[in-house]
Design a protein. Structure first.
Length: 151
């Protein structure tokens, strides 16, 4: 089971369609759940992250292997991500990815994470990043199953 908790909602139709397409492709390999948390970006940064963090915690369970998406996290190649997910699935079938809001991820959520992942030192729009994450998870499953797609 892959769960993606993300702060903020998708607005653009083309992004919603891309998320649905990759979610549909992923369902061949695993159950997938998308959870959207309200972005509290109008509040002061610490207050916004705290409020978002409390909402995120409501969707976490002790059995989740939590991966936070952070600029400060570890960068992996697609092959390394596939190996990481394969290794995690050997010990835990529930993998939860967390994409923070405009101010980032609250400290206590980061502390719950077992892995901190970075796609780049670049900052991506949160809505677009959701598509990037789903595509990379899909690519990882294709690699794990020795199927063509990855180049």
């Amino acid at each position: 089971m892959i769960k993606i908790i993300t702060v903020g909602s998708l607005k653009e139709k083309y992004l919603k369609e891309a998320v649905e397409e990759y979610s549909k492709r992923l369902r061949k390999y695993t159950d997938i759940e998308m959870i959207e948390i309200k972005d509290e970006g109008l509040l002061p940064p610490l207050q916004a992250m705290e409020k978002e963090g409390e909402k995120i915690k409501k969707h976490l369970s002790e059995k989740d292997y939590i991966i936070t998406l952070e600029i400060e996290g570890k960068e992996l190649s697609s092959e390394e991500l596939a190996k990481k997910l394969e290794d995690i699935q050997m010990i835990n079938s529930n993998i939860t990815f967390i994409i923070g809001g405009s101010y980032g991820i609250e400290k206590s959520i980061k502390e719950k994470a077992k892995f901190h992942l970075s796609f780049s030192k670049l900052t991506f729009p949160h809505q677009l990043f959701r598509v990037l994450l789903l595509e990379q998870i899909y690519r990882a499953f294709k690699i794990m199953n020795h199927e063509s797609y990855h180049k």
